[in-house]
Design a protein around this ligand. Structure first.
Ligand SMILES: *[C@@H]1O[C@H](CO)[C@@H](O)[C@H](O)[C@H]1NC(C)=O
Ligand SMILES: *[C@@H]1O[C@H](CO)[C@@H](O)[C@H](O)[C@H]1NC(C)=O
Ligand SMILES: *[C@@H]1O[C@H](CO)[C@@H](O)[C@H](O)[C@H]1NC(C)=O
Length: 264
């Protein structure tokens, strides 16, 4: 017992010493490396803001933002278990369109993407087991004209710029994205010093960075203007703490590309 106490004491002293010897790095002119952000002129660990955000995650069903009049809700605490009680159908769709229109399961990422296409284009897409499969869809369905519409597919890293309404698709992996992920493109800025794409989505951080878009993802432009979108926020100098919302694991998420309705 005494031995354990001694070890704990040593560990404590050692930790304290580590904290004290960490040199303070100034960040007035250069970016902070690693898991640090610029706070009051010094590089500071991201752990503080990250734990605050995690505490502020809104309860399941809380509205977290809205883009083009399509509201997004928190899916916090959902166990990702398929649960038909969370199925949502378009209200009055039988009266308006002569058929019941399925939106998706509240409040998954696919639910938001379908809702956005239905509300803005009267278009839906077929059933998928996970968000990655959206990238393989060949066509969507116009619920008004009852016609199928071809989808165009663009690989990340190509020269085609995404446009409003395109669906960005994340690859499935064993870590953070077991089902892939999907988000709606709102706006793209390639000209700024901080190239980025604004997106709207559900079931990512469960809280949007602003009320009208969920994240501004970083774009890296290649030599031939190839567009490479990464699953990291673009860091604007005035909002350096936002980089802390991405971590080592989420940063490994791969964006496959985007799909577009041909009518646009
Ligand atoms: C969708 O269809 C409904 C019913 O026909 C129509 O009232 C509405 O204007 C359409 N919306 C769009 C965005 O096309
Ligand atoms: C895109 O960027 C990622 C991360 O920087 C890199 O690993 C990947 O090779 C790039 N892909 C393309 C197509 O440029
Ligand atoms: C978000 O809101 C701000 C300020 O209200 C506005 O300037 C900006 O254009 C909006 N962005 C989008 C994508 O709607």
């Amino acid at each position: 017992m005494k031995f354990i106490v001694l070890i704990l004491l040593l560990l404590f002293v050692f930790n304290q010493a580590q904290v004290q010897i960490t040199p303070r790095i100034q960040c007035k002119t250069k970016k902070c490396e690693g898991d640090n952000f610029c706070f009051q002129g010094y590089c500071t660990s991201c752990e503080g803001p990250r734990s605050l955000w995690n505490k502020r995650k809104p309860l399941w069903g809380t509205k977290v933002g809205e883009a083009l009049q399509v509201p997004a809700f928190s899916n916090f605490g959902d166990l990702d278990v398929l649960d038909s009680s969370k199925d949502e159908f378009l209200e009055d769709s039988i009266n308006n369109f002569g058929e019941e229109i399925y939106i998706g399961q509240k409040y998954q990422c696919v639910h938001y993407a379908r809702k956005f296409w239905i509300q803005n284009f009267n278009v839906t897409f077929g059933s998928v087991d996970n968000a990655e499969q959206i990238f393989d869809l060949q066509e969507a369905y116009n619920i008004n004209s009852k016609q199928n519409i071809n989808l165009q597919k663009f690989q990340n890293g190509g020269i085609e710029t995404p446009i409003l309404g395109d669906l960005l698709i994340w690859q499935k992996d064993d870590g953070e994205f077991p089902y892939g992920h999907v988000a709606v493109v709102l706006n793209v800025d390639l000209e700024s010093d901080y190239p980025h794409v604004l997106i709207a989505e559900q079931n990512y951080d469960q809280i949007w960075d602003t009320r009208n878009f969920s994240r501004a993802l970083k774009i890296t432009l290649g030599e031939k203007k190839e567009i490479n979108i990464s699953n990291n926020r673009q860091t604007f100098p005035t909002k350096d703490d936002l980089k802390c919302r991405d971590d080592l694991y989420t940063s490994q998420g791969v964006i496959l590309g985007w799909i577009r309705l041909k009518i646009q």
